[in-house]
Design a protein around this ligand. Sequence first.
Ligand SMILES: NC(=O)c1ccc[n+]([C@@H]2O[C@H](COP(=O)([O-])OP(=O)(O)OC[C@H]3O[C@@H](n4cnc5c(N)ncnc54)[C@H](O)[C@@H]3O)[C@@H](O)[C@H]2O)c1
Length: 274
Amino acid sequence: MTIKATELFDVQGLAVVITGGASGIGLACAEVLAANGARLALFDSNAETLAQAVRRLSGEGAVARGECVDVTNRAALETAFESNCSAFGRIDVVFANAGIGGGPGFLAGDGTRNLQRRIEDIPPEQWQRVMEVNLNGLFWTIQSAVRQMKKHGGGRIIVTSSVSSFKTEQHVGMPYVVSKAGVAHLVRQSALELAGCNITVNAIAPGPFITNISGGRLKEPDARAPFERATPMHRLGEAADIQGLALFLASPAARYLTGAQVCVDGGFSLGRAD
Ligand SMILES: NC(=O)c1ccc[n+]([C@@H]2O[C@H](COP(=O)([O-])OP(=O)(O)OC[C@H]3O[C@@H](n4cnc5c(N)ncnc54)[C@H](O)[C@@H]3O)[C@@H](O)[C@H]2O)c1
């Protein structure tokens, strides 16, 4: 039997929630799913960029809703999931993507030690906030998603982790690296428990991407330089580089994939090539 790509990657009509959907990687996922007929709910804590994103996607003909919600607020998140399930009738796919940076690493861009970023100087408030958003908020998102998906016979959870979840980093802050390591194992553990419920859980692990994270610091050539040198493809990711994988993971083509973490990083996690 011939299987057409249009059927294999068909996301038409799927009800999709994307946390952190108003910017960067989440917005790129929203764009590719909207362009292929999915119905979208963007959850984001930034009311202004959220309204802009929803307006733009709707103006392009997509079915798009926005919920201004902070993923660290468990009750608000649960309410947002419930109201989207009522609006769309079900939730098929959840991108648990919202996340924040964890400050610079222990090496500066020129390779010297960054004395403000030694282990003993990492501010406790920063450590706690990064864990709260990147790890706890992601877990609350999975909990709310699972409650809705179990009512409707299954679904797809797609988490944004990072290559920092499994490799050490010189130029990325300690709290971020550790939060993402937790996320990677949360994906595997959730996938194991949920496989029998027809819910798959997979992760997209980006390398360095130029987005608005950490105040958009990777838009600055000096901040970008060490990552460009360390990336075998010699360029950082742009949001659109995530779209093929996002569409694949949301589509029927990925139906037997679970517990996987797929790197999109121009070879960054392989090590330096020159
Ligand atoms: N950009 C990179 O280099 C890179 C690399 C690996 C992984 N990631 C991960 O990708 C994900 C998306 O980041 P991005 O690079 O697109 O950044 P971004 O800042 O462009 O987008 C993140 C979005 O999440 C929202 N957000 C932040 N905290 C939130 C909260 N508590 N509740 C709800 N929404 C919140 C922000 O308002 C923003 O719209 C994050 O999990 C990040 O860790 C990014």
